[in-house]
Ligand binder design. Structure first.
Ligand SMILES: [Zn+2]
Length: 581
């Protein structure tokens, strides 16, 4: 319905004629930057929405776009169904070997909630990730990994193989109808990266920096496993397990040691306080705001001068039927209407571990950075100060949108910040300087591998979206070829990434996955500016707010960035931070 509605707008000839009239006159209209951006974007959206096509092609355009939206939805539903339908039911406590108490308790609660004896592990991250990191039972890790990586690739009703093929081919067809060589070329037209060749060379540059490090990481894990009596090849299901063990041996740090210092409420407070300190804004809990679920928390946010900025909703815990992962979304976006200011309603959704009967919700370090990440997106919306809704807040180029979010993650590694608030939830003992130092050192641990892997996903994305002829070959083969440069492990026949890659085939990251790494270059470079001037520097924060956070998509991202930083971003800060230099 939404796609049909959007088509009705972009394919409305009278409406397009008006937009085109304005567009053709643009050089004589004396538009300001924001108005120019709006005009460019609207005009491009109409063109990408088929407005410039002749009638026969318009009809086909409509068919394809409606079909694509149905197929993407179906793709996501299949993955959700496959994620939810699997459970690893353990009834013999010896099968829990290696698993930390908190994880075991969660699994026991999960079993209870399903009216079963014993323990249940699922494919949702708070259950799946620690299981893969800690379970001593290799065959169970294998079972879990195979269940996870074969989602929607099992030949059942929720198999996404044919959907991947159909979606890719229809995307190619739509790009061709609109006059592009491939889908990526069409998508990248208004991105910072501009075109597929630039993305490819960006990925190649990072690949060259990270692949040797990835091989070193792999070798280190292999050696470590050998030294500990492991005789087999390192398989995918051994990676997280031995990584965690080696990390522990090297830095004496792991999720279980850190979690007690990151209980949810103090984390939330620290994250809010950080924003207050940087931008002078205030958060006030208000329980009278209507919510869609009893667990959702609501806050009013005010600027330093007392003016109202936004409402923030936070929905922390997993529950049946809720999607996995974490995201930020807006129920209403910021805009300015005849000088009347409409402020945004912003929501953060996560799937953090629920509190148990004996302990509060304790976040892993990764969940701490996730919180900061989504909060960064939220701030982008909260601080927005634009005229037009379609350019406000996070309505920016896809490869720029992760800058405010990834940027916030940097504080999680800073002693100055952690020192202020991270205390053990039971003993009240402060997180030690030694521990913080180790967090920082550990942050570059396996970073070569992690970067290589992300780039592999980027290669896969670009491969799918730069095809110039309809896809007929086997999708597993296509995927293996696209990712061969970055793959380190023995092949797992039942595994496939594309079939559950909702970023590419469900959500809007098609031809945009490289954007995560692209934004990392930006966020590392931006944060290095804070490091130079002090991580709580009000001056730098205020420039970041004024030039980036308030500006949404009202100017070209590179212009915004340069007005904050005084220069174009360079890759060095990222390589430095990741220990790849
Ligand atoms: Zn994000």
């Amino acid at each position: 319905m939404l796609t049909r509605f959007s088509n009705d707008i972009t394919l409305n000839e009278k409406l397009f004629a008006r937009i085109k009239t304005v567009y053709d006159l643009k050089s004589s209209l004396e538009l300001n930057t924001e108005q120019q951006m709006l005009l460019e974007r609207k005009y491009r959206n109409f063109l990408l929405g088929g407005a410039g096509l002749e009638d026969g092609k318009k009809k086909r355009f409509r068919e394809i776009s409606e079909e694509l939206s149905q197929l993407s939805l179906k793709f996501e539903e299949n993955v959700l169904e496959e994620t939810n339908s699997f459970e690893l039911h353990i009834t013999d406590s010896s099968d829990l070997a290696g698993l930390p108490d908190g994880i075991v308790e969660m699994a026991s609660m999960e079993a209870k909630s399903r009216q079963k004896q014993g323990w249940i592990f699922t494919l949702h991250f708070p259950s799946y990730i620690p299981f893969m990191q800690y379970s001593d039972k290799r065959e169970l890790r294998e079972k879990m990994l195979k269940a996870y990586t074969s989602r929607s690739f099992r030949g059942n009703d929720h198999d996404n193989r044919s959907l991947v093929q159909e979606i890719t081919n229809l995307r190619l067809e739509i790009a061709e109808i609109l006059g592009y060589n491939n889908f990526a070329e069409m998508i990248l037209g208004d991105r910072m990266a501009e075109n597929p060749a630039k993305v490819q060379s960006f990925l190649d540059e990072l690949y060259n920096a990270s692949h040797p490090a990835a091989l070193r990481d792999y070798e280190n894990i292999r050696k470590f496993a050998r030294e500990n009596g492991f005789k087999d090849e390192i398989e995918r299901w051994d990676w997280a397990y031995f990584s965690e063990k080696l990390k522990k041996a090297k830095y004496d740090i792991d999720d279980e040691i850190l979690k007690p210092f990151f209980s949810l409420d103090p984390v939330r407070k620290a994250v809010f306080d950080l924003a207050s300190r940087l931008y002078g804004i205030k958060f006030i809990e208000n329980n009278n705001i209507p919510i869609y679920h009893q667990e959702v928390k609501t806050y009013e946010i005010f600027d330093a001068d007392g003016s109202f900025l936004a409402i923030l909703y936070i929905d922390y815990y997993p529950r049946p039927g809720k999607s996995g992962g974490a995201w930020m979304t807006c129920f209403r976006e910021q805009r300015s209407e005849d000088s009347k200011e409409v402020r945004p309603l912003v929501s953060i959704v996560t799937n953090f571990s629920r509190p148990t009967e004996t302990r509060p919700s304790l976040l892993t370090f990764n969940e701490l950075t996730t919180f900061l990440h989504e909060f960064g997106h939220a701030l982008h919306a909260i601080l927005s100060k634009c005229t037009y809704e379609s350019l406000s807040g996070t309505n920016v180029a896809r490869d720029f949108v992760e800058l405010p979010s990834q940027f916030m993650e940097n504080w999680a590694f800073e002693k100055e910040w952690l020192d202020e608030w991270a205390v053990h939830y039971e003993t009240g003992e402060k997180i030690s300087p030694e521990m913080i130092k180790r967090i920082k050192e550990a942050s570059t641990f396996n970073e070569g591998y992690a970067c290589d892997r992300q780039i592999g996903f980027g290669f896969l994305d670009m491969a799918w979206h730069t095809i110039t002829r309809p896809m007929e070959t086997d999708i597993a083969e296509f995927e293996a070829k696209a990712m061969s440069k970055t793959d380190l492990f023995p092949k797992v026949e039942s595994a496939n990434i594309s079939c559950s890659f909702t970023h590419l085939f469900g959500g809007g990251y098609a031809a945009g996955y490289y954007g995560y790494k692209w934004a990392e270059v930006l966020d590392a470079d931006a944060f290095s500016h804070f490091k130079e001037k002090g991580i709580f520097s009000k001056d730098v924060a205020s420039s970041f707010r004024k030039n980036i956070m308030e500006k949404g998509g009202t100017d070209k991202p590179m212009n915004l960035y340069i007005s904050f930083r005084g220069k174009e971003p360079a890759i060095d800060a990222l390589l430095d931070r990741s220990g790849l230099k």
